[in-house]
Ligand binder design. Sequence first.
Ligand code: 5GP
Length: 209
Amino acid sequence: MKQSREGLLLVVSGPAGVGKGSIDGILLERHRNMRLSVSATTRSPRPGEIDGVHYFFIDEERFRQMIAENAFLEYMQVFNMHYYGTPRAYVEQELRAGHDVLLEIDVQGAMRVKESYPDAVLVFVAPPSMSALKERLIGRNTETPEQIEKRFATAYQEVRCMNRYDYIVVNDVLDVAVRRMEHIINAEKCRASRNQAIINEFAGGKDEI
Ligand code: 5GP
């Protein structure tokens, strides 16, 4: 009898600069069964970002067309300017194939996913402190000071929503944070509700206790 092989839908959120990308990158390297959902966005690529790898960079017209086609699992307008959305087809196809699927999306998006997929596991990556987060954002050197201020203000709103998640992982030391994620994934795979096949197998046994 095998432990659950059902694909796990893992939703990871956290403020910009908290290190979600680094954690997810290591998880994807270590777990061959895991897939990253690439979101679509109308924002411009940052230096080094590749279309189809970090995001599908599309224009607003195409984004609106995809909304009309119900092609998003969830979508959101972030910072009152750009759209971000999770293409539905890829996620559903990979889950059906038994792969774990990782979504790196914002708080509102995570809540929407939980509504349509109650089995999804929501993890919030928290910084060790708000001052540590600010240092990381400045050190990243990819945004203007105004953008950093804006992101930091958003970060304050985001951390206030962490109580709505299933798990909180503090990213103090990267390796430790990755291990915490792995423990969550392993525990979720052992959840009774995800192991109906085992339950059925033993329920069919004739032996009395
Ligand atoms: P960034 O512009 O830094 O790549 O992302 C900005 C925010 O948008 C982050 O909080 C990120 O998690 C979120 N985000 C990225 N893709 C999606 C998506 O498909 N849906 C939603 N709701 N948020 C997303």
